[in-house]
Design a protein around this ligand. Sequence first.
Ligand code: DLL
Length: 438
Amino acid sequence: MIHNPKMECMSREDMRALQSERLVKVVRNCYENVPFYKSKMDESGVTPDDIKSIDDITKLPFTTKYDLRDEYPFGLEAVPHDRIRRIHASSGTTGKPIVGTYTDNDLKNWAEGVARVFAVGDIGPGDTVQISYGYGLFTGGLGAHEGAAVRGATQLPASVGNSVKQIMLMKDLGTTAICCTPSYALHLAETIEKSDSVKFEDLKLRYGFFGGEPWTWGIRRELEKKFHIKAIDIYGLTEMSGPGVGGECQYQDGTHVWEDMYYPEVIDPETLQPVAPGEQGELVFTSLCKEAMPILRYRTRDLTHLIYEPCKCGRTSVRIGKILGRSDDMLIIRGVNVFPSQIEAVLTEFPVFTPHFLINVDRKNNEDTFDLDVELNEEYFSPNPAKQMPFIKPLYDKLCSVTGIKPNIHIKEPGSIERSSGKSTHVIDKRTHLINWK
Ligand code: DLL
């Protein structure tokens, strides 16, 4: 069902008018209340009076992760601090985290965005939503929690970890929807496969709402088949609120963006100009309703494309295609660009392998090395290299043709590649320590 037909099915014309009205307001608010935006706009020679409609958005300067770090913790706050009701933070790999602050209204809008995604699975009273995203500074746990509350569902705040207990609760408490990262869902599926007391047939699961990291169609197929569910992609980022900036509908053909709240653009990361409609580039978001910490033209570093064709579900919003990865995740190996999601897509085409993998990149004798650890499923595994060869060859050929580089493939024992309960790490790049910072 559609949670908010007025907003989700609004005509494009009315949506543009609403976005224009909201953009004009948010830009003025930023200019008048956040010194950071005032100086950025002054530097680029743009004033609030130049922004008359959503079409003027390209006149505005971008905001980057570095700006948020520089303004840590509250430099982007646009309301008196006593109006802040919640603070979250995303864990960066280095340095200070990115802080997200919320007024009452911001929390309400955030929960509304998540509720719209849950409504795709008709989640409501009578449903038990097991929230196996981390609770804490990460937005996944509490974000999904509040969205389930808006839908009137029973919230089961399981958080991450303790997988044996997770599957026991799933069975005993009659969980009907599970929310976690797709990599953790894979791990939960494995835990069930190994369990004597819980079987997939015992579960009442109908839906999975998976996000927080890129995942491929191969993983979707695997999760849907094993759990007997429909797997829905939920997208979001701390800077815009958290999960629920958008989500897939039942047709699973792109992620609907809740455009009344978050305005998406795709730009060429080199020229910073908008790409042609439908072309791949970097996703940029402007928050249209956020009070505590409005953000103008935030460069997400997520690489994707926008889909403008109307969707069969009746929602009129723009959709984003599957996220290829963040530009930060892109590896350059022997001069070739490779995304972990490409490796995952290839690997999941071969049912003899588990979907778990680890890419090891290093530099030896001035040349990049590319080693890929993969696991054969239990029934195919043998420690004898001669017996592994027939499985390696087709995978090797496909990886060479898709990525253009030759990997050294290593077969590992089933279950030996580390599993993650949150966002997964697929890459160890030892070359970074070779960078000369001087
Ligand atoms: O990951 C919010 C979230 C939690 C979304 C749970 C969905 C579910 P951050 O920690 O700030 O927030 O990370 C945001 O994660 O820019 C993407 O790179 C990635 N990401 C989030 N959802 C998806 C998705 C949360 N569905 C960053 N597909 C984003 C691909 C995703 N990547």
